[in-house]
Design a protein around this ligand. Structure first.
Ligand SMILES: *Cc1c(COP(=O)(O)O)cnc(C)c1O
Length: 424
């Protein structure tokens, strides 16, 4: 059976119109990387560009490089990112982390919508999003309450629950567009409509969707959004995040952090604060030039490949991977814990097994000549197989499933410790 899959994968790889992008990234021999949903690969061009920037712009240009190269860098990056998320260049701010950007927007939204006291999220959301909301309630919005919509199966959320939950008392809804564990994807336009019918504001977290699924913030009527650039966009570890606020909402929202880069004229050094009128009113301090510059080639590659083509390939690969899992791994006790409907799913497939952690360790650190396979692990027992259509091939998916099958069939995982590493 596995040979048939290899044959099919070989044909599909041959026909793949995006296959050339694999070469744009650094690869380790004998290694299959299926964790692009946590940290994307390094584009080769980023090495060259970063080297040149450090050597010339920093090394030689020093302070003069601010005017020559750096001061417009956040806006230049925002312009490219805007195309990827279906927004206008003056609706995107690039900088800080996703968590911090969510804090700024959630604070501003709750402040604007003071007469309403309910906040809604769900129990599939990324923990940092919930922590930020809990902290805001504890420290600033003490009369507010957070309602968590519960997933019934731990994989999907019935969107009908929002029809009931979003009433006239709801100030703000915060959801991940694609949820981090199961890859369930919300219908953004539909949920935006529900919120707008009740005058609730909305923040989407796009960390697991940007660069892998089409996002159209303008067309779907989104109010606000935040997201990472270091996952499917390949911007590098801890790369600056972004935030989006639709144009007509920008001046009504005030960032809780008043700082010089959000001031109308930072270099006048005035002692009184006057926020900018633009999206830059959400800036805080000096932009992180090195990591900002490192995002650029990842964005260029995504734009060149085209988000629709990436989505098509990702769905095709996901279906292929699901078929492999169903044929080979389900009989071994694995469960697929991602939606089976491709339209409700982002670009990773989660599988669960009671020995998930040790199996993932055996994949990453084989004791023999087997290929190294890098997925990630999410407690209690989820192995996430992230498909990055820019650089993953169909053949790699067969390799991966064959390897997992062998680890379990030969009890190889038993040689590994159950003790968790700090970063999984
Ligand atoms: C990865 C991720 C984050 C990460 O936030 P940081 O501030 O960059 O650490 C936040 N939200 C979601 C949904 C994520 O997937």
């Amino acid at each position: 059976m596995i040979n048939e899959f290899y044959q099919k994968a070989f044909e599909l790889d041959k026909k793949d119109e995006l296959v050339r992008f694999k070469e744009a990234f650094v690869s380790e021999p004998n290694t299959i990387y299926l964790d692009g949903n946590s940290l994307g690969k390094l584009p080769k061009k980023t090495i060259v560009q970063t080297n040149a920037l450090v050597t010339n712009q920093w090394g030689k240009g020093l302070i003069r490089s601010w005017n020559d190269h750096w001061i417009d860098l956040p806006q230049k990056t925002a312009t490219k990112l805007a195309q990827i998320v279906g927004a206008q260049p003056d609706e995107i701010f690039v900088g800080d982390s996703t968590s911090l950007n969510l804090y700024k927007l959630a604070f501003a939204a709750l402040n604007l919508n003071q007469s309403k006291k309910k906040i809604i999220s769900d129990n599939l959301n990324f923990p940092t999003d919930l922590y930020i909301l809990q902290g805001l309630i504890e420290q600033q919005f003490k009369d507010h309450s957070l309602k968590i919509i519960e997933s019934q199966d731990g994989i999907t959320v019935d969107e009908k629950q929002f029809e009931e939950a979003i009433d006239n008392q709801v100030a703000l809804v915060v959801l991940s567009h694609v949820v981090f564990k199961s890859a369930f994807m919300y219908d953004m336009a539909h949920i935006n409509d529900l919120a707008h019918q009740k005058d609730a504001l909305f923040i989407w977290d796009l960390s697991h969707s940007v660069g892998s699924v089409p996002v159209n913030l303008n067309e779907s009527g989104a109010d606000m959004a935040v997201g990472c650039t270091y996952k499917y966009l390949n911007g590098g570890p801890g790369a600056p995040a972004f935030l989006y606020v639709r144009k007509d909402l920008q001046k009504q929202l005030q960032s809780p952090i008043w700082a010089w880069f959000s001031h109308q004229a930072p270099f006048d050094f005035s002692l009184d604060y006057q926020p900018k009128d633009t999206i830059q009113r959400f800036a805080v301090g000096t932009p992180s030039v090195l990591s900002l510059a490192a995002i650029e080639s990842g964005l260029d590659i995504t734009l060149e490949a085209g988000i629709d083509r990436l989505r098509t390939k990702s769905q095709h690969q996901s279906e292929f991977l699901i078929e492999l899992i169903q044929q080979l791994l389900v009989p071994q006790g694995f469960r697929i814990v991602s939606p089976l409907n491709a339209n409700q799913r982002g670009s990773h497939i989660s599988i669960s097994h009671p020995e998930g952690y040790r199996i993932s360790q055996a994949m990453i650190k084989p004791n023999d000549e087997s290929k190294v396979i890098v997925p990630d692990f999410r407690p209690p027992d989820n192995i996430r197989l992230g498909i990055a259509p820019l650089y993953n091939t169909f053949t790699e998916l067969v390799d991966c499933v064959e390897r997992i099958w062998k680890i379990v069939a030969e009890d190889q995982y038993k040689q590994y410790s159950t003790e968790r590493l700090t970063v999984t």
